[in-house]
Ligand binder design. Structure first.
Ligand SMILES: [Zn+2]
Ligand SMILES: [Zn+2]
Length: 267
């Protein structure tokens, strides 16, 4: 157990994510025509450029997050610092707690205008593939770190439990965005517990009713519990947002400045 702990907490999560993405991007290409490679590469570059900005900001924020978590643990803040709990229970329950806070943080990203302007960059993608995983506005690093810190402060979790949650979440996050459509049996079996890739694709539908559904990150039961779960066939989904449909609104520079401009629908 100690070996597993040391191994998992020493993983470089950025490299881990890049490796999974490289494998799945290549797998997608095997099932796509060679002529699509140029279009896919342009799409990849736009999304990778956004991710560079995100990672730079994340790097700056990382030491601040670690300091806050160390301070909170030293002062015994949070539920698990009040109730004496074995570490492995903290890991298991902590993963659910972090996912729960992230479900609500994701809902707030869709509800509060200031957060939506950042988060809509992720939703703007009209072509869904593994590289959509990288399509987040750099300033989204603030809101993502904030939800991790809030979860840790509320429940008294240290940074290692956040890492355990990320090690589970990152492969699923990339899988959510691949252009593979999962068979129905996958949704029937795994969809009882986790957010299957098909469920997350529904979250990327242009139709508002579906954009504002399936907010879960790892576990689907938050959506079922709070009545935000929707299910339709993936073949009926139109990806993106109508206000970002034009090709000139899909490039890196437009996406970077988009939170600060009024992007009107159909103009
Ligand atoms: Zn969303
Ligand atoms: Zn997504």
């Amino acid at each position: 157990m100690e070996k597993l702990y040391t191994y998992l907490t020493n993983i470089n999560l950025d490299v881990f994510m890049a490796m999974i993405l490289a494998v799945l991007f290549s797998a997608e290409q095997l099932f796509t025509s060679v002529s699509s490679l140029f279009k896919r590469t342009t799409h990849l570059i736009n999304n990778v450029l956004l991710q560079f900005g995100y990672l730079l900001l994340n790097l700056v924020l990382a030491s601040l997050v670690i300091s806050i978590l160390n301070w909170a643990n030293a002062n015994k803040y949070g539920l698990f610092n009040i109730i004496e709990t074995p570490y492995y229970i903290k890991v298991i329950v902590g993963i659910f707690c972090i996912d729960f806070v992230n479900y609500w943080a994701h809902r707030l990203n869709h509800t509060w205008e200031i957060f939506w302007r950042l988060h809509r960059v992720h939703h703007s993608d009209t072509i869904m593939d593994s590289t959509t995983t990288y399509r987040f506005h750099p300033l989204d690093a603030f809101t993502d770190n904030l939800s991790g810190v809030i979860a840790a402060l509320m429940f008294g979790l240290d940074g290692s439990i956040l890492i355990f949650w990320l090690v589970l979440y990152i492969p699923l996050l990339v899988l959510h965005h691949t252009n593979f459509i999962m068979p129905n049996w996958f949704d029937r079996i795994f969809g009882k517990l986790i957010v299957s890739p098909n469920f997350h694709k529904i979250h990327h539908h242009q139709n508002q009713e579906f954009t504002d559904s399936n907010y879960g990150l790892i576990f689907i039961f938050w959506d079922k519990l709070f009545k935000t779960f929707r299910q339709i066939p993936v073949s009926e989904i139109k990806f993106g947002l109508t206000e970002f449909d034009k090709p000139e609104r899909q490039g890196f520079w437009f996406l970077l400045k988009s939170p600060f401009v009024n992007v009107k629908k159909n103009s």
